[in-house]
Design a protein around this ligand. Structure first.
Ligand code: HEC
Length: 139
C-alpha cells in the first residue's frame, strides 16, 4: 500500500468486500437460473421411458404409422421421403425447433390443423423430457 491513509485503505477494503458479496449473490442467482434452465431443457433419460408411448407409431429409422424420427430436431416438418403425410403437415412450412415440437406434442391439431397424429402429451415436463431425448439420441 503506497500513500493511502489507513482510513482510505479500510474504506477500499470495505468496498471490495461489499463488491465480492454482490458478486457472490450474483453468482448464486446465475446458478439458480442455470438449474431452472436445465430442468426446462428436459431429462433425456426420462424422455427415453416416455418415448415408449411414441413407439406405438414411430421408430428412429423406419417409417411406420408415423414418420421416422432420426434427425427430427431441426428438420423441416413433413419431409421424410416415402412417408405419406397429411397435406396439412406437408404444407405446414415449419421447422421442428424445440418450441414447435413442444406445441406439436401439446396438441398437433392446434399447431397444424388437419394433421393426422392423434396423440398428445399433456404435461409440459414430459414434453421437455421427450424433446431432450429426441435431441440427444435421435440425431
Ligand atoms: C397413434 C400413432 C402416433 C403416436 C402414438 C405418436 N405419433 Fe407422432 N405422428 C403420427 C403420425 C400419423 C404422424 C404424421 C402426421 C401427419 O402427416 O399429419 C406423426 C408425426 C409426428 C411428427 C412430425 C414428424 C415429421 O417428419 O414432420 C413428430 C415430431 C412426432 N410425430 C412426434 C411424436 C412423438 C414424440 C410421439 C410420442 C410422444 C408421437 N409422435 C406419438 C402418429 C403417432
Amino acid at each position: 500500500m503506497d500513500s493511502k491513509s489507513p482510513s482510505a485503505v479500510k474504506a477500499s477494503a470495505f468496498q471490495t468486500a461489499t463488491h465480492l458479496a454482490h458478486r457472490g449473490l450474483a453468482a448464486l442467482l446465475v446458478a439458480t437460473v442455470a438449474t431452472a434452465t436445465a430442468e426446462a431443457a428436459g431429462d433425456a433419460a426420462r424422455g427415453e421411458a416416455l418415448y415408449r408411448d411414441c413407439q406405438a407409431c414411430h421408430s428412429f429409422d423406419k417409417n411406420q404409422i408415423g414418420p421416422m424420427h432420426r434427425g427430427v430436431v431441426g428438420r423441416a416438418a413433413g419431409t421424410v421421403a416415402g412417408f405419406d403425410y397429411s397435406e396439412a403437415l406437408k404444407n405446414a412450412g415449419i421447422v421442428w425447433t424445440e418450441a414447435n415440437l413442444d406445441k406439436w406434442l401439446a396438441d398437433p391439431e392446434v399447431l397444424v390443423p388437419g394433421s393426422k397424429m392423434y396423440f398428445s402429451v399433456d404435461k409440459a415436463g414430459d414434453r421437455a423430457d421427450l424433446i431432450a431425448f429426441l435431441k440427444e439420441r435421435a440425431k
